[in-house]
Write a protein that binds this ligand. Structure first.
Ligand code: FE2
Ligand code: FE2
Length: 131
């Protein structure tokens, strides 16, 4: 069973590009969750790298839109993004150095982060960014 399911009711932001990217991120986290169970380190590493690249691109998309619209919540929002990217970059570096493993708990951590961030931090930008 998939770890994460995107629904418009729970996660829709009214910003189509962000909704598309969120759906892709949810699918990538689900894939990482499944692959992590099998323990194929090469496959896990590839998915981890792809997920982090995509999430970084997504954060840039949101930050650019927030700046263009002069969104008042920009600084606090960017701080949440920066914190996750720092955590992920640290894990990525340790994983590739053989000093850490990526398990289903890792996917659960990212899932939990998104279950907070998308409804509570992303959704509030909807009216400002879609205006
Ligand atoms: Fe965000
Ligand atoms: Fe987002």
């Amino acid at each position: 069973m998939a770890l994460m399911t995107w629904t418009k009711e729970e996660f829709g932001t009214d910003v189509p590009v962000c909704d598309e990217q969120h759906q892709k991120i949810f699918a990538m986290v689900n894939q990482l969750y499944e692959t992590a169970a099998g323990g194929d380190r090469n496959a896990i590493g590839k998915l981890l790298d792809e997920l982090i690249d995509y999430v970084v691109m997504h954060f840039q998309t949101e930050e650019k839109l927030m700046q263009e619209k002069g969104y008042s919540g920009y600084a606090a929002h960017k701080a949440e993004h920066d914190k996750l990217v720092a955590t992920c970059a640290d894990l990525q570096q340790k994983f590739h150095a053989g000093q850490a493993e990526v398990t289903q708990d890792t996917a659960r951590f990212v899932c939990d982060w998104l279950l907070h961030h998308v409804p509570k931090v992303d959704r509030p930008y909807g009216p400002a960014l879609s205006a």
